[in-house]
Ligand binder design. Sequence first.
Ligand code: NFE
Ligand code: MG
Length: 512
Amino acid sequence: MAVRTVTIDPVTRIEGHQKIEALVEDGVVREAKSSGMLFRGFEIILRGRDPRDAQRITQRVCGVCPASHAVASALNLDSAFGIADKVPDNGRIIRNLILGSNYLQSHILHFYHLAALDYVDVTAMADYEGEDPEMRSVREFLARGALGPFLPRYEGDYRFDKATNRKLVRDYLTALEMRRLAHEMVAMFGGRMPHNATIVPGGVTEHPTVDKMAGFLWRLNRIRDFIEAVYIPDVLVLAKVYPDYFEIGAGPGNFLSYGVFDLDGRNPDYTKRDRFYAQGALEGMRTLKDLDVAQITESVRHSWFEGKGPLHPSQGLTEPAPGKEGGYSWIKSPRYGGKVYEVGPLARVLVSYVAGREPVRRLLDDTLKELGVGLEKMNSALGRHIARALDAKLVADAMAEWVLQLEPGELVCAPYELPQRAEGMGITEAPRGALGHWIQIEDGKIAHYQLVVPTTWNASPKDDREQPGPMEQALIGTRVRDLENPYELGRIVRSFDPCLACSVHVIDVRGW
Ligand code: NFE
Ligand code: MG
């Protein structure tokens, strides 16, 4: 029996430092460990500060998904300040437009610039003789051996023909332009990108005008064309050439979504809000239960923190314990009802699908029909890419309607008074999945702030019950054809779109 440990450290082309360790026995992964390899201590920066600083500071957790932290912290402060039902429609919609624009750039970034390189063979550019100046420069960089991040890479299993490889390189370049447009869209209503300046408790500070709406819509429509004509077709080509990736990378089979994009700001209970994407906990693709935030806990059994049993985020305390016995990650282990749940575009799309949401049902049904596969195949490495592309289309199409609902001249923000003592919760969905912020205010200052972030769920280590996290489960059982080039493992991990910067934000009570 041949047993070997395959280590990928760092996993490249993701955000931040992640290490994957897989115990491979007779060519099959028997055990897998996902580790977050950096400590950041973000929440500690928040302690003792003006609660409104949370809105500015938590955005700095990440440059990829800052808008989601802006929205989560604003919802959190809205609830703590008692104005969760007072945000004017303009404020609600502009928050959605900023967050939606950030989704589009994040998904396009992930597919083309981070994940597709696992499948696209850039050496197909070596004898390119066309006139496209950008493509010619790719060829020249390749000839000079200066083509990071395309190279070096794991070798083997590049299946596209030359024409498809070249098309995907071209689309990689066009995708950069699309992300620039999406950044501009954030800046039009958010003032700047990455960390917007306009989302505040009570709404936003930016007023809609007809020229901003028109400029936004023009950019959005270009991105919608790209998603429709390029992104989704490219993902479908991937699915057709690599159909075996429907068979690997299955996660725990439980999916959690907090719902996102408020369609009505009047219900102060975020778990019951009318949102574009439905809320809920889906077990095994069929059984959808109402979201109950009391079910959320974080375990630190295998994380480098002191602490006993799992705690709800409102109680969560963390004392760093580097080198703790049994620990192997700076990431905690969020669980729902004690069980392992996957979050992300796949969870979002499946929860809304089972909840019966149009147009999610229509789009996913059409896509599955075109690919000739059943719904259950979505729980796979390929399923995550497909769900992310459909998520981009669903959000972009909805944004085109929302922007026209803005009313120039109407209010954008509600007034409030800073409470001396209060607590709050803000739940939303970042591009990578369920995102929650929790706050306690004492003497008018932040006494306690906790974030439970999508990649914390997905890249989590084992918990108190020794249940592996979603990515670990997705790796276990995978056949690795070449231990020197474990490309299957990289492809599975990247299908989750991990962001380690977000996932290891953590808190310490002593200010470590
Ligand atoms: Ni840093 Fe993030 C997203 C958040 S992490 S990218 O999307 O919140 O999972
Ligand atoms: Mg946390």
